[in-house]
Design a protein around this ligand. Structure first.
Ligand SMILES: *Cc1c(COP(=O)(O)O)cnc(C)c1O
Length: 399
């Protein structure tokens, strides 16, 4: 195996219409045909290099999709207008009324709410589990189980899914393993460890500019084609189409992702160590103190570090709130949801991105009220950032 499988994204070169070094933007919703028979044929099956309508397939969106597939080591991929639509369409494609999904209980609040509140209306239920407790997970499998779903590193506690072990469980039972790898692009390639399908919010690290919402699904060619089937494809029929102008800008940003991931990780590791030394309770996969440090290390592609997300415990909701406001005043970053931006972003998950998870469930998963999730930015001088954070911690009385 090559040292760094995710580096394959750089081998997917596309030229512009006039030999430009960037892909042309195909600014069309519909495409012409020279023969009526070809149009008919395209309604029946895909024809390489032939385009029908941009909700079905757009050349620029497809460039981005193919680059993502190369990065993932997947046969194919499709891009969508959001991470949520990527996830929802994947489920809608695989599950029918009466099916059950086994999902990690520590997932992005939107994904949680989708599984818990919306899909049951269509007869698709979800059993939420502690993804770290594989024995208990196995006991929850029934003949109705179609999918096991987890995030690679969970939001916000940064617990890891043991992807090879989950795949082992799936193989015994014919279940599809879906991994949301939004927190760990390039760093971890879920496909290499056994995921059947990887979903992404491109909104976060992959685009990295916090200027747009987008998503992607990576998997084998048959599955990706089924998603755009004109009669039964969830992406084709639900219609979350990513605009070609946005696809083009995300594709350009994708080519700096490896450098950004290295810097996010480097800065986050520095802060995790420095804050721990101050006596602050920090969760970061790169710390020896993280319960799954070794498991995560074993899944990492070399060179990208442990990612840009850290969580710290500010003890109470009140302290967490004043800390975040202070950090924004002192130019540490922005008090905002989302992640993977070049600037540092922080929020309190219990009251924002995980607020869809009921309180008793939040307590069970260790999501305490004082947690502050920090998406560490690309700061040039992270020591200066640390000193600013330290000043804020002193002002709110945490140290
Ligand atoms: C943000 C996020 C999503 C949803 O993506 P959108 O692009 O906002 O629709 C899904 N999963 C994870 C882990 C996320 O962080």
């Amino acid at each position: 195996m090559e040292k760094n499988p995710a580096a394959r994204v750089q081998d997917h070169l596309v030229f512009g219409e006039f030999g430009g070094v960037n892909a042309s933007i195909e600014d069309s919703s519909t495409f012409t045909f020279l023969q009526s028979s070809k149009m008919q044929e395209l309604f029946e099956h895909e024809i390489e290099g032939c385009f029908l309508y941009s909700r079905h397939l757009n050349p620029t969106g497809n460039y981005l999709a193919r680059s993502l597939a190369a990065m993932e080591g997947a046969e194919s991929a499709i891009v969508t207008a959001s991470g949520m639509s990527a996830f929802a369409c994947t489920i809608a494609q695989i599950c029918s009324s009466g099916d059950d999904i086994i999902s990690s209980r520590t997932i992005y609040g939107g994904s949680y709410a989708l599984l818990k509140n919306l899909f049951p209306k269509f007869g698709i239920s979800t059993t939420f589990v502690d993804i770290v407790d594989l024995e208990s997970l196995k006991r929850k499998i029934t003949p109705k189980t179609k999918i096991i779903f987890s995030e690679t590193l969970s939001n916000p506690l940064l617990e890891a899914a043991d992807i090879p072990a989950l795949r082992g469980i799936c193989d015994e039972t014919g279940i599809t393993l879906i991994i949301d790898n939004t927190f760990c692009p390039m760093m971890i390639s879920p496909k290499l460890h056994g995921a059947h399908i990887t979903v992404y919010s491109l909104t976060k690290f992959i685009n990295g500019a916090s200027d747009t919402i987008a998503g992607a699904i990576c998997g084998d060619s048959d599955f990706i084609s089924s998603l755009r089937d004109v009669n039964s494809g969830a992406v084709m029929l639900l219609g979350p189409t990513l605009d070609s102008i946005r696809a083009s800008s995300i594709l350009k940003n994708l080519h700096t992702l490896h450098i950004r991931m290295q810097r996010h990780s480097q800065n986050a590791l520095f802060l995790a160590h420095a804050l721990t030394e101050l006596g602050v309770k920090v969760f970061y996969p790169g710390l020896d103190s993280h319960p799954q440090h070794k498991l995560i290390e074993g899944m990492l592609n070399p060179g990208y570090g442990f990612g840009g997300m850290i969580t710290l415990d500010a003890r109470t909701e009140e302290i967490a709130n004043s800390l975040m406001i202070k950090m924004q005043e002192k130019l540490v970053g922005y008090f905002a949801v989302s992640l993977g931006f070049y600037k540092t972003l922080f929020s309190s998950p219990g009251h924002s991105t995980s607020s869809e998870i009921p309180l008793e469930e939040q307590i069970a998963i260790g999501l305490t009220e004082g947690l502050v999730r920090i998406s560490v930015g690309l700061d040039d001088d992270i020591e200066r950032t640390f000193l600013r954070i330290k000043g804020c911690l002193e002002e709110v009385g945490l140290i």
